[in-house]
Design a protein around this ligand. Structure first.
Ligand code: PEP
Ligand code: MG
Length: 557
């Protein structure tokens, strides 16, 4: 690690800063500070300069549009569909002349330069987004800030980051989460990304996951605690940033990185067993078709959870049957015979996806979400998705997974729709998987308590412990003020986990229960879950090696 031989600039003490993981993985490098405070010119102009100042603004907008067009085209050739879609949404914002009209009339009415007027109007818009209840819409403020910074750069005639290029040994540190900075990091092969921002559902966060860049958000006082060029370890698995690591910490992490590199790239699934030799099923959670490759690279046994709602480009229509078919088929083909559990859209709560029919209510997480949304307001969308999944599943080991089930009746209603969809496909002579297994997510306490009844109606259950915990503790998983209640080691929650497995055991169905929430990536929880008797897990692919290691250390009696 020659890159770490420079002197740290702040102090020599190892400092551990805690945040929330955005994308797992470990990066060892040096701090690269981004979005240094921009100073906004406050120049007064006289009435004779108004037209030329408005023209200067319009030219900057055109330059920013052209720059974005190039970005979108380069994403297209790199098959980064999410990135492409996100920058297309930026194009749509830039194309909105009503914002630019406000800036131009501000130039005229206030007699101030374009930079000042742009900043003033952008801040108003950012404040409006910030006040929105929906965390998804709230995090759109980061896109507005990003676009405003781009326009300011074009007004100044200097592209962003031109004076401070990213090196391949850099770990980026920022106050905000801007898609442009993520793209710059990706293009320069930057190692990781750490941010103070709590916009974990922002486009930038989605991009970081999509590119597999180890990343952490919600780090308090990050900027105050680090300096440019400081050596740092970013542990995206644990959500910690270690500034000025000690020689021992550095050695431990270098060993971890080396072990991971050795195990990756394996084309066949790697065995995962406990210390006493009991086999463990280990699959991947993925959010887009490209991530199926990570499942292969990390030697996992298939996809335990495909979160299909992330196929929806925020603010756009749900993808058509054909678009969905192609996405699912590409995952099924990549899996090449391994199991793929495709979950129907889990829209609502913190995932509104900017659709025109938002699932709100006073408390969106307790409103119309997941299968409720499909059965209560949008059965046609479910029919289209089932058609696409059934067709893509032809001659493969693919299963259907239903999110946010509350009652056994919802399962029966879904089965009825599934039967109708199959009948229609049969009539059309389409090829599809008739015997597709059906599973449900157990994420609501009422469903957990009904485990035996629910299991008797389906082929398997996946415990979505992220939601199960938030609903059990009545503490929003995204609300910083109450998030500490969501402690999976809470004795009542541990009791619930034991209860679910005990209920499954009563009918010999314990092998049909898997855990796919974040607790399966929690070092403190994994040994406990193994001791309880859980044997099947679905995890972020990049933590597969640490998981196998922990299992191997666990000798279960
Ligand atoms: C969960 O709730 O644990 C889960 C896996 O689903 P999601 O995180 O997508 O809500
Ligand atoms: Mg969930």
């Amino acid at each position: 690690m020659t890159a770490l031989s420079k002197q740290p600039t702040r102090n020599d003490c190892e400092t551990v800063l805690h945040g929330t993981s955005i994308c797992p993985g470990i990066a060892i490098g040096r701090i690269h500070m981004v979005d240094a405070e921009v100073s906004i010119p406050q120049t007064r102009i006289d009435s004779g300069q108004v037209a030329s100042e408005q023209k200067r603004y319009t030219q900057a907008v055109e330059a920013a549009k052209q720059h974005l067009r190039k970005h979108v085209a380069s994403m297209h050739s790199g098959s980064h569909l999410e990135a492409q879609a996100i920058f297309e949404s930026h194009q749509a914002i830039l194309a909105d002349e009503s914002f630019h009209d406000l800036v131009r009339s501000c130039i005229e009415q206030q007699g101030m330069c374009a930079e000042f007027c742009l900043n003033q109007n952008a801040q108003t818009l950012i404040a409006q987004f910030n006040n929105m209840r929906d965390p998804y819409l709230q995090s759109r403020r980061e896109d507005i800030r990003d676009l405003a910074l781009n326009l300011l750069a074009f007004l100044s005639g200097k592209p962003r980051g031109h004076h401070h290029p990213i090196q391949s040994s850099d770990i980026l540190v920022s106050r905000h989460l801007h898609p442009s900075e993520v793209i710059r990091t990706h293009q320069a092969n930057g190692l990781g990304f750490a941010s103070e921002s709590s916009a974990l559902t922002s486009h930038a966060a989605i991009l970081l996951k999509g590119f597999g860049i180890p990343a952490i958000g919600k780090i308090k006082a990050l900027i105050e605690n680090v300096d440019e060029g400081m050596p740092v370890i970013l542990d995206g698995d644990r959500g910690v940033l270690i500034a000025n690591p000690s020689a021992q910490t550095l050695k431990d992490y270098q060993a971890k990185v080396a072990a991971t590199a050795q195990m990756n790239g394996s084309p066949t699934p790697q065995r995962c067993t406990t210390g006493s030799g009991e086999p463990i099923t280990l699959r991947a959670n993925i959010e887009n078709p490209e991530q199926a490759q990570l499942m292969l690279a990390h030697g996992l046994e298939g996809i335990g959870l495909f979160r299909t709602e992330f196929l929806i480009t925020p603010g756009k229509q749900v993808p058509s049957e054909e678009e969905q078919y192609r996405a699912y088929r590409s995952v099924v083909e990549t899996a090449a015979g391994r199991r793929v559990n495709i979950r129907t859209f889990d829209i609502g709560g913190d995932k509104q996806m900017g659709l025109s029919c938002p699932c709100t209510g006073l408390n969106p997480s307790l409103g119309i979400r997941g299968i409720r949304r499909h059965l209560m307001v949008n059965p046609d969308e479910l029919r289209i998705q089932l058609r696409a999944i059934l067709r893509a599943a032809h001659r493969s080991d693919t299963a259907l997974l239903i999110p946010m089930v509350t009652t056994p009746e919802e399962i029966e209603q879904t089965k009825q729709i599934l039967t109708e969809v199959k009948q229609a496909l049969r009539k059309e002579g389409a090829e599809f998987l008739d015997s597709i297994p059906l599973g449900v997510m157990i994420e609501i306490p009422a469903a957990a308590i009904a485990t035996r009844d629910i299991l008797s109606r389906v082929d398997f259950i996946n415990l979505g412990t992220n939601d199960l915990l938030q609903y059990f503790m009545a503490a929003d998983r995204d609300n910083e003020q109450v998030v500490d209640f969501n402690d999976p080691t809470n004795p009542a929650f541990l009791w619930l986990l034991e209860f679910i497995l005990a209920e499954a055991r009563k009918t010999g169905r314990e092998n049909d229960v898997a855990i796919c929430g974040e607790i399966a990536s929690n070092v403190e929880m994994i040994p406990r879950l193994l001791k309880m008797g859980y044997r099947s897990f679905s995890i972020a692919p990049v933590i597969a090696d640490s998981f196998r290691k922990l299992c191997a250390e666990e000798a279960i009696q």
